[in-house]
Design a protein around this ligand. Sequence first.
Ligand code: SER
Length: 582
Amino acid sequence: MDSTRLRKIFLEFFEKRGHKVVPSSSLIPSDQSVLFTTAGMQQFKPYFLGEKSPYGNRVVSIQKSVRTSDIDKVGDESHLTFFEMLGNFSFGGYFKKETIEMATEFLTKKCQLPKKKLWFTFFSGQGDLPEDADSRKFLLETGIPGQRIFSFNKETNWWGPTGNEGPCGPTVEIHFDLTGKPCDWGEKCLPNCQCGRFVEIWNLVFNEYYQNQAGELSPLKQKGVDTGMGLERLAVVCQKKASVFETDLFEPMMGIIAEGDDLERRRIIADHTRSAVFLMSEGIMPLKVERGYILRRLLRKIFNNIEILGLEQDKIYELVRTVVENYKDIYPELGHNEEKIMTIIQRESEKFEKANRAGRKIYDKMKESAQGGELTGAMAFELYSTHSIPLEITQGWERRDGAEIKNIEDYYKLRKEHQEISRAGAEKKFGGIGGEASSPEAIKLHTATHLLHASLRKVLGENIRQMGSDITPERLRFDFSLDRKLSEGEIEEIEKMVNEKIKENLPINKEEMPLERALGSGALAFFREKYPETVSVYSAGDFSKEICVGPHVESTGGLGNFKIIKQESIGSGIRRIKAVLD
Ligand code: SER
């Protein structure tokens, strides 16, 4: 059952049951609050809310999706940054019973998966939200024994909304039992166990609620169904493979980078190349911000891992060509943009190679002058701290030389010391105010800066970028990209918006999360490249969300009256605003 066939039987199955086949939408969503299209339902969001669907109330699609939230898990058996999501949807048409019946029928009859290997979970209820007893009933009626049906809370069996607001509701998840054998947890080895026994293949979402920007739920007038099944995972179970990388979707790529024993790195190269090709096929370029930033990170990780594995950098071209070849019939944008994609890859690869050669020279020199020609941990640290050469790259070069870094523990010791020293400095650089400026007045101005930043984007457009910021106890200063003067009206509107948000007394919340997730959630950032792996995200209600080290006030109510006192140009396309609170 190859993946081409899986796609075909999925669409046919639902088409026969009255669903209109709708093509995948772009990876660049129209919903501004998310970076990428992460699910099939995104293009249908308005139809869940009652807008009339031009396709009727039953649709089926295969959606290109990118999820950066799983980027750190790539390398295991099932996580990917790009995947194709198979989904059937109902907008006010059929609901739980039919959804469960069709999904079970598709998996057991069309895909021939043994029913006894399918396990199901449903929503247990939580707080004011009731248990999804209907789903349990319909599962039992479909012939699934109670021993393979379990309930979980909101964290697991609830979905949505995507972005700031939208439809959401309880889910039924279908898991496949890969091994048939419980781990050490015995009877407690159930779906969602981390041991690798189960893989979640299909998520059936029952959109019964609408969540507004304040996080409040209200029942939807029209109930909807949104299902999503990763083609790659379906291929794993249908092709009886142990990981997505062994399916026909990845095999040709894995064949190109077969050498080397570091399976995880080879998987990362394959996954990231596929994602990068799809992103570039939609015109995304490697840049310092937003989507382009994610693309750039993916490319860097590919080049780095190729280097660390000791492979030839030219492999990237072969990999890209293979992705284009494998997918261009289904996604013609890959074929149409092949040349452009190759040009970007070549340019980025050359940049990498240039930096790499320069780094390698420094390394060679250092090694030559080392005692006995042996590289030490302290030298590896110098390569890292002074020349930005990561330890793993140095280790890769050593490996190629058949050598090993001596006294590696010195590297870790020095790195720890270095981190402690730079922490204080980082606070200022990453948007914090730190040091002498952390007076109560400055802290208030800092929070006001976030409100200003969000207001500027709302009034002048989403392409406003922070270019700099400076805060003293007396005033804030904020530089941003704009090549013209602000009108009186605009200044007034911005002031009014900030002051309204002050009056609304928005709570300021701080949340720690991985950088990728922060960026993926739409948090504003500055100097992105230099952020640590885990960042704090500060939000003011639903109005503003920024990566920042703080400090901030607890809520906006006590900030006073916000006033812009000056605007000026500080050179090519950069505008400076000074403002006070009085
Ligand atoms: N939206 C749900 C998901 O992404 C089901 O399609 O899992």
